[in-house]
Design a protein around this ligand. Structure first.
Ligand code: ADP
Ligand code: MG
Length: 389
């Protein structure tokens, strides 16, 4: 039996044990990895995420009550709340992602009935693979199944993002929810964060996505993230006086930036260079993939890492060690830090025949420098959320 079927059976059995009946449905929503496009999302720019074969499963049924009860297997905790007026929980903060979606669905005209839910996640929590978006999207799909009502994909993603922004209070972009709803098996997604236009692109044949975890806690990620956002806003404020009509760094071409960057303070100039070129790199990466140019695609990943390290300054020793070890392996097309930075994970695209060597070399070289084992996780590009039983 497939590993995923075993997990689904376990969730169904848990549901039967807790609630004394079969669930009406089981839905899944995947986590994601950011393959290209570091910090471009909040600059109205371009990103390239992939949904991964790590997900949140929810087994669910409707009840006649006006409360929803959710049990998380990962936390071994139950949380119950009113579906008429969901309130924020202090005791079970994880349930706020579910409550927030129920709240937003009601505002969009879909009233959640009383519900029983069992949640099980194979997306590691807080590693930058977006377990939070997966939980939100899975909740929306569970409600869709039990009510028979639903919203289109884009609306679902935006609604889940609002749940995270407004109810949980985390100011995240749209990428995570978008890819969790609309991912396609075997493909990366090119997403324009301004227009929400998107396109699916094929990976080079015979390659896998490898996520390496530095295990370094992302303690700086929050504060430094806000500083980077402010620096990008400052760049736009100054450049606006010289390049009329720009709203975000997305609107600034490399030529325009070169002509006017001397007006920016040095640090802001470095940040703007990264964003403008990174946007361009995402477009080039799409072109490379569409033309089957795997070498060019890999080079762009490596350039993205170098730029994140030197211009955007969001890397750290541990991420650099992982990246350097990865690209030393024959058969690794390219590698870069993924997500906010300051710890967390790298993403590498590796030929299937080189996976064993990749794992050995990266583990040994990282252990020699960091004194600990990295996580090395071979993943596949998965499809978006949906019913699995
Ligand atoms: P990331 O999205 O990168 O994994 P976040 O901090 O945004 O990290 O989201 C992690 C939070 O999402 C967890 O602390 C928890 O509140 C919630 N969450 C994720 N997976 C589960 C799960 N399986 N069960 C309950 N809550 C979960
Ligand atoms: Mg998250």
């Amino acid at each position: 039996m497939q590993k995923e079927d075993i997990r689904i059976d376990a969730v169904v059995n848990e549901f039967k044990d807790r609630f004394g009946c079969e669930p009406a449905c089981v839905v899944q929503a995947p986590g994601r990895v950011e393959v290209m496009g570091g910090h471009t999302d909040y600059n109205d720019g371009f990103v390239m995420p992939t949904a991964i074969n790590r997900n949140i499963l929810i087994a669910a049924s409707a009840t006649q009550e006006d409360t929803a009860t959710a049990y998380s297997r990962n936390f071994d905790e139950t949380s119950t709340f009113s579906v008429i007026k969901p309130e924020r929980s202090q005791d079970a903060p994880w349930s706020n992602y579910i409550r927030g979606v129920v709240d937003q669905l009601a505002k969009a005209g879909i009233q959640t009935p009383g519900m029983q839910m069992v949640v099980d996640g194979s997306v590691p929590l807080g590693s930058g693979l977006s377990s939070s978006a997966a939980l939100e999207v899975a909740t929306a799909f569970a409600v869709y199944e039990v009510t028979g009502q639903s919203l289109p994909g884009k609306e679902t993603a935006l609604l889940c993002q609002r749940a995270e922004n407004q109810f949980v209070g985390v100011n995240s972009g749209i990428m995570d929810q978008f890819i969790s709803v609309l991912g396609q098996e075997g493909k990366a997604m090119f997403l324009d964060c301004r227009s929400l236009d998107y396109q699916h692109v094929n990976y080079p044949a015979g390659t896998r996505i490898v996520v390496c975890d530095s295990k370094k806690p992302r303690t700086l990620a929050g504060s430094e993230y806000n500083i980077r956002r402010a620096q990008c806003e400052e760049a736009v404020r100054i450049l606006k006086q010289h390049i009329p009509g720009i709203k975000a760094l997305r609107d600034v071409s490399a030529e325009d930036l070169a002509a006017h960057e001397s007006k920016l303070p040095e640090v802001v100039r470095k940040r703007a260079r990264h964003i403008v070129r990174e946007n361009d790199r995402v477009l080039q990466a799409v072109r490379a993939l569409n033309h089957g140019d795997s070498a060019a695609f890999g080079d762009l990943l490596n350039e993205s890492h170098a730029s994140s390290r030197d211009l955007y300054e969001i890397s750290c020793d541990e991420l650099n060690w992982l990246q350097e070890a990865a690209v030393s392996v024959d058969g690794c097309l390219g590698s870069r830090l993924s997500g906010a930075g300051f710890g967390g994970c790298t993403v590498s695209i590796v030929r299937e025949g080189a996976l064993e060597q990749f794992e050995r070399v990266v583990t040994e070289r990282f252990r020699a420098k960091a004194g600990i084992e990295p996580g090395v996780d071979v993943m596949s590009a998965a499809g978006g959320a949906g019913r699995v039983r």
